[in-house]
Design a protein. Sequence first.
Length: 146
Amino acid sequence: MIAGIFENEFVTCQLDDSLPVLLHRWRSELPGEEFRYNLRRILDEYVALRKSYHQLAWLADTRKLGELDEATEYWLTETWENLLFRQGGVKVHAVILGASIFADYPMEKFKNDAEAKFKNEQVRLGVFSNEPDAYRWMQAQLLQVS
């Protein structure tokens, strides 16, 4: 069952307890400060939900996100990765990319950088073009994560 967590003009955040996965869909391009604020808010929800769902995946649908500013791209690799994977405890993270190479580059960079930084911590990252492929991958990864 999919339950709404929160929604605003920029993002929709939901819990799909059938996997389980916390998923958020960006609704439009947004300023860097709003992007960072909303990611932190989603992370707070993830941490709270982990108390009930020990193995909880994270799915980010970035197809409508648009391009990120340079400061936000820097924040993703220098701050967000540690918040997400070390402090938040995320082990399985999937991203759905859109068609724009310019908008998707920061997400690909984030994935590659995080894979290198967290390879010894059982963090699994995947990039996909659609939700069914992302779900199949996350389900397989959750079976392998302790």
